[in-house]
Design a protein around this ligand. Sequence first.
Ligand SMILES: Cc1cc2nc3c(=O)[nH]c(=O)nc-3n(C[C@H](O)[C@H](O)[C@H](O)COP(=O)(O)OP(=O)(O)OC[C@H]3O[C@@H](n4cnc5c(N)ncnc54)[C@H](O)[C@@H]3O)c2cc1C
Length: 510
Amino acid sequence: MGAGADTEVLVVGAGPTGLLLAGELALAGVRTEVVEGRLEAHRESRALNLHPRSMELMDARGLAGRFLAAGRPVPGWQFTASLRRRLDFTALDTRHPYALLIAQSRTEALLTERAGELGVRIHRGYEAVALRQRGDGVAVDVRGPGGPVTVRARYLVGCDGGRSFVRQAAGIGFPGTEESMTAVVGDFAVADHADNDRARRHGVLVARLEAGLTRFVVMDPRRIRVPSTEPVTLEEFRTSLERVCGTDCAIDEPRWLSRFGNATRLAESYRRGRVLLAGDAAHIHFPVGAQGLNTGLQDAMNLGWKLAAHVRGRAPATLLDTYHTERHAVGRAVTTGTRAQTLLVELPLTERYGRPAGVLCELFDTLLGMPEVNRHLADRISGLDIGYPPPATSRADPLTGRRMPDISLTTVAAGPTRAYELLHDGHFVLLHLVRADALRDRTAAAPERTGPMRTVTACPQGARPDLDGVREILIRPDGYIAWASRTADLTVRRAERARALSTWVAAPQA
Ligand SMILES: Cc1cc2nc3c(=O)[nH]c(=O)nc-3n(C[C@H](O)[C@H](O)[C@H](O)COP(=O)(O)OP(=O)(O)OC[C@H]3O[C@@H](n4cnc5c(N)ncnc54)[C@H](O)[C@@H]3O)c2cc1C
């Protein structure tokens, strides 16, 4: 990294959020540099999964195959470790009705590869230590192997984790609740052990990471008040496992031991001037339901195209502000939801609640067995229920703000395709939906590209009641519906479309 480096966007932190964001910016043609304090990529893996919405997002960029090849789909995930029943994802309305078991280090490796293919430069061993906002940009002092450097960027995004330097230096508050409970996590060089199922029945998370390596997460009632700053020893881990489930599962040769807590915080704002936050820099919580990394990936997909449009000077005036509006609301829902889930974990471990806490968990187990309850909670944990609806007073079509279903389509020019395949290049898609006979009448024409949007005429395959009568859909690059219309009146539709384009795509498009 040379002295006085200039770039359009500087991303601080090469965790999953920063890597995906950098790739999204580069895909949209924005010069992007990443600085990462660590010289080496992380070897340990905090997160172990990608949820269905994350897999849909990877699919929308043509990356689902890479992730599937590197991970293992499992039919569902825990709502909390205190319940016997798992959420079942198999009935969800998605092409990816599973959780992908994949180590965070693999996810980061694949996102690093992708960012590299798109021309992103990642500077490892460079730590951001000071920042100054000016009228037209941000200057960031970075310390690294080549000595101190000042990087000037038009925008800066802090993807630098829960202790975010960027968030603190920008003066953005991080209110929330202090840690009151901790758990221990360990990765051990043990193959499947006969006692592993017994440990699972006692609420221990046991997951096979790779051949010969197994993850255990334990919440020992006698140790849950130990602060997360206290180191974990193999001896403590063994004793806790034995206390909780009567066996130490022959754990040995720890590759990683750590203690983590339930401190829960949400940045008061995701943007201050030219500084933005994403991922754990903006929200932290107990990893119950496995939502942290997944939420960070969604932040990145939401921010990437908006910031790119802004930098390119083709964003409608309010576009960048919608990043905070949309994602802060999701951050609030996730941090509140995980606190509620954590109660279900904590109560049975707290002596004074005794039997009633067990009864509460049994009740939840019964409820999870009901398809409607499972569907409701699975939609929430998987990220599929996220939407950005317009105000209730608006007369927008009910599809507006919802996630676009990945419907199969037949197009005039390209034959069979699917909605998410059309999103691979990160553009808006204006989809004209027609009947099969109308499609035959049209002369074959390639999809039209105008600036950041491509226009496609297609016939939907298969019945979807929610799309009945829909004639046009404007799909955002992150797979949400910006506008939809069912009216046959072409004059009205054109006027509606022009309004939608000027709100979302760019003023000149309208
Ligand atoms: C035990 C445990 C289990 C978890 N399991 C799951 C799970 O199953 N599913 C899930 O979705 N989530 C899980 N999480 C949460 C998940 O790990 C995080 O949400 C995720 O890592 C956040 O990604 P990020 O890119 O935002 O931040 P991070 O992964 O924290 O990356 C931030 C990066 O910024 C770098 N950095 C920091 N400061 C600077 C600086 N000043 N200059 C340059 N670089 C800097 C850091 O070195 C780091 O590489 C778990 C967390 C824990 C603790």
